[in-house]
Design a protein around this ligand. Sequence first.
Ligand SMILES: [Zn+2]
Length: 84
Amino acid sequence: MPTYNYKCEHCGTVVERILRVADYKKPESEPCPHCNVHGLRQVIHTVGFTDSYSLGRIQPSDEWKGFIRDLDRKNKGNAGFTTW
Ligand SMILES: [Zn+2]
């Protein structure tokens, strides 16, 4: 499964979560583990994408993220993203 990073807008703590693609928004509704304030926002830096992504040369576009969501939906939430 892909790894997602979330940064607290209140204290700056970065939280790393391993989630299914379909669940990547969920931590944004959870409180920060450090300051307990609801302010986590996804950081668009995704470990576990292709080399180009992990090297930071390419940022995933909304179109690309939509493609991933569609792919995940077609695979009933079990797309094989671990192979990326
Ligand atoms: Zn915080």
